[in-house]
Design a protein around this ligand. Structure first.
Ligand SMILES: [Zn+2]
Length: 156
């Protein structure tokens, strides 16, 4: 699976890549262009950017993909074939905030959830970095439907 680095303007796309299970860093707003290129080179990541100048930095041409669109579905459509993105690679296996791979929630953490969620949810995952809990609810179902559409080539 490709590893990715999104510039700060592409945070939303980065979250969806994480939702699909792809290892995706999202640059902080103040990160300079040369630092982004250096990081992508060092990590072996594709660099996704809306910044044409960034693509002209030495070394960037091999790893940077200039996104032409502002809207998320069009961005997703543009990167799918060139980067071989599988939008159902490993859905909801990473923290959307930290990019860390989720683990099954430790029993103590489950106490933080409402009884109704605990009683009705089979799989509850946990981010070891930010301590967030993830489970399959209505929001995840909606996101999953969108990932399925994208996988089918329907960029909604
Ligand atoms: Zn997290």
């Amino acid at each position: 699976m490709p590893r990715l680095l999104c510039d700060a303007m592409l945070g939303q796309l980065g979250h969806w890549l994480r939702a699909a299970g792809h290892d995706t860093l999202i640059a902080a707003r103040r990160t300079g262009d040369p630092a982004l290129v250096t990081r992508a080179l060092a990590d072996g990541r594709f660099l996704l950017t809306r910044d044409r100048r960034l693509c002209e930095i030495r070394g960037a041409s091999r790893l940077a993909l200039l996104l032409r669109h502002d809207r998320l579905p069009a961005q997703a459509a543009q990167i799918t074939a060139p980067l071989g993105i599988d939008w159902l690679a490993a859905p909801f296996s990473r923290c959307l905030l930290c990019n860390v791979v989720l683990r099954p929630a430790p029993p103590l953490a489950l106490n933080r959830l409402p009884e109704t969620v605990r009683a009705t949810t089979e799989t509850i995952n946990h981010c070891p970095q930010c301590d967030r809990l993830y489970w399959v609810g209505g929001h995840v179902h909606r996101m999953r439907r969108r990932l399925e559409s994208w996988r089918a080539g329907d960029f909604v």
